[in-house]
Structures are given as C-alpha cells and as structure tokens.
Ligand binder design. Structure first.
Ligand SMILES: Cc1ncc(COP(=O)(O)O)c(C=O)c1O
Length: 349
C-alpha cells in the first residue's frame, strides 16, 4: 500500500482502500460569494465533502468503524449475518464493510412506504430487505418497530445488529477522522461548525474532537422542520428517539424546510460540488444562524485571529439518488424548459 500515492494493492487492497484511516483528507472547499451572502462581513464558508468517500456518502465512516471495532473485539467470530434498520446510506455502507470482514449477508428492515428506487438500490448491493409496517407514532421500544426488531434479531449468536443509533463507534468514527481533518485543514482557526442531524453521529463525534481543541467553539445542529422531507435528516420529534445525548454537544439549533434544502443542494451541484439535500439543509441552517447572529450585532464575537469568521459544514452525500425529488421541492422556474416536449416517447407526466 502506497498511501501517499493513493495506490492500494495486494489481497487486501479493497479493504485498505475502504479504511478511512488510509485515505487522503477529504476536500474542504470554500463557497463563492454567490452562495455566501456574508462575504462582505468577512465570513468564509467551507464545505467538507464527505460525498467523496469511496462509497459516496458519510456513512462509510461509521459503518467501517463499527464493523472494524466489532472485529477487533472478537465479536464477529460466530457472526454470519448483519441486521440493521435502515433503507439508505447506512445499510449499504455496512453491507460493503461487513463483506470485507467476512460477513457476507446483510439484512435490512425497511418501512412499508419505501420507494421502489431505494429498494432497487438495496437489491443492487445484494442487501436482503425485510418490509416492516412501522407503528403510527415511532418508538424504538415498540416491538413492531424496525429498530426494535433489528435489536432483537441481533441477540442471536450468528447475527449482529451494529445499532447506529446507540453504538459509540458511530460518533467515534467522526471523532477519529472527521474532527482532526477539519481542525488541521483550518489550521485551528475555525470559528463555527455546523452539521445536519440524523443519527447525530457526525455532529457529536466531530464536535467532541473540535471542542477538545477549542472548548469555546460554537456548534450549530440543523434539523428538518416539522412535516418537512429531507431524507437522512430528522425532525425534533424523531431526534427524541435517538439515544445519543446530542443536545449537550450543540450550542444552537436551526430548523430548515425541504425547499431550501433541495434548492441549495442544486445550487452547489450546478457549481461543481455534487452534494445532496442534507448538504443543502446544513448550508441553509448555517446561513439562517449567521443572519440571526448578524441581526443581534454579534458577528464580531466569531472572528478568529485573522479577523475572519471561518465556518465549516459537512456534505453527507451526492444528489443523484434523489434526482426525481428535486422538481417536487424546487420552483419550476429553476429548471430549463424542454423544447419540443411533445415529441418525447417516454414522458413521465
Ligand atoms: C444523506 C444523509 N445526510 C445526513 C445524515 C446524518 O448524519 P448523522 O447520522 O451522522 O447525523 C445521514 C445519516 O444517515 C444521511 O444518510
């Protein structure tokens, strides 16, 4: 393995390539003033591109870390199958990591309302879906919930439930890799860290490392507003089901709607940062927060030793899995017209 040249060889080449500890830093890219209305105020906003991980999404980090730690503890010895409650990035990242550690089969509880496209994605990656009718008001302790069923199945000696909502190796991955990268890439001059909230692993792990370096660093957590759809992120009600104590790691909370999330994701993508709806949500939450601080006349409190306000937000994945959702949330005027549309042989409308 020649890490400095990004070459991976030998029988464990793919395992080495998937190990986040062997990868070069993920890019930190500053947004132009067209996406940063606070440029004149000395604010710099940088996107941490987690979408450039080998599996194209942020879950590659906790998935690898959770499986690696289980293997190191000898907890995989009799395990032949994985079980998780997830219909997206987590289970696909887990299935791939698990194969590298000798666990070939991954099963996943998926909600009855799962989209056909997502189901196709699971099948593409060789994951075995188990459709579950979720209870009306979600609770992890309801025996009918997928989270509960996965935890129960995981008690079998041949099955493992990594349990992303309570496994410390989920935030631990970000404490180990994401936090140190951001601190190093910003030369310790970071003014504010802002992240979306799903399992809350990204925010907790990254903030734990960054606050160890600078206990006064403000951290903003972004959730989706009630009744808004942004896949991967949670509303406050759903966050109450997460066992991690995420509230003790955030200084401010912002709530963001679907429209802003999808619109900003599309705007970043059109400039060359190929990021999905939760990236747009994190940016929208950051801009919302900066506007509040500015309105209160407190921007100067965020300036670093160079007189700048340096903000970082992670971008969890790319836009392609969600392409058909953008026209539902972004105004039609944002999309170019299709000329001679009536000639189309396969018009979905
Ligand atoms: C697309 C996407 N964005 C954001 C998140 C949230 O990250 P975390 O679970 O670390 O809070 C997830 C997590 O599943 C995700 O899949």
């Amino acid at each position: 393995m020649q890490i400095n040249k990004n070459v991976f060889g030998g029988p464990d080449a793919i395992k080495d390539y998937l190990n986040p500890g062997n990868l070069p830093y993920l890019p930190l890219v500053e947004l132009p003033s067209t996406l940063n209305p606070f440029t004149e105020d000395g604010v710099r906003i940088q996107a941490k591109l987690m979408n450039l991980l080998p599996l194209g999404n942020v879950k590659a980090l906790p998935a690898y870390n959770m499986i690696m730690e289980k293997a190191l503890n000898g907890d995989l010895e009799n395990v032949s199958e994985l079980i998780e409650n997830s219909s997206g990035n987590t289970v696909f990242s887990l299935a791939i990591a698990a194969r590298q550690f000798g666990v070939e089969k991954t099963n996943s509880y998926v909600p009855a309302e799962i989209s056909w496209n997502k189901l196709l994605m699971l099948l593409f990656f060789g994951i075995h879906p188990i459709v579950n009718k979720e209870p009306e008001s979600p609770s992890e302790n309801d025996p009918a919930s997928g989270v509960f069923k996965a935890r129960k199945d995981g008690e079998r000696p041949d099955m493992l439930n990594p349990g992303q909502y309570e496994n410390p190796d989920n935030p631990g991955a970000h404490e180990k890799w994401t936090g140190p990268q951001i601190w190093d890439q910003t030369d310790g001059k970071l003014s504010l860290f802002c992240a979306g909230l799903g399992t809350t692993g990204t925010l907790i792990g990254t903030a734990t490392y960054l606050k160890r370096k600078n206990p006064d660093l403000p951290v903003v957590g972004v959730m989706r507003a009630p009744d808004q759809y942004v896949p991967g992120a949670r509303t406050e009600k759903l966050l109450n089901l997460v066992r991690f104590d995420w509230r003790s790691h955030v200084n401010h909370v912002e709530r963001v709607d679907s429209e802003a999330s999808y619109r900003l994701s599309m705007a970043m993508s059109r400039l060359g940062l190929l990021v999905g709806p939760t990236s747009g949500m994190a940016l929208a939450g950051l801009l919302q927060h900066l506007q509040k601080v500015k309105d209160q006349g407190q921007l100067d409190q965020l300036r670093n030793e160079d007189g700048e306000i340096l903000c970082v937000f992670p971008c969890p994945d790319g836009p392609l899995p969600y392409l058909d959702e953008y026209p539902k949330y972004v105004d039609a005027s944002e999309f170019p017209e299709i000329r001679y549309k009536d000639l189309l042989l396969n018009n979905p409308e």
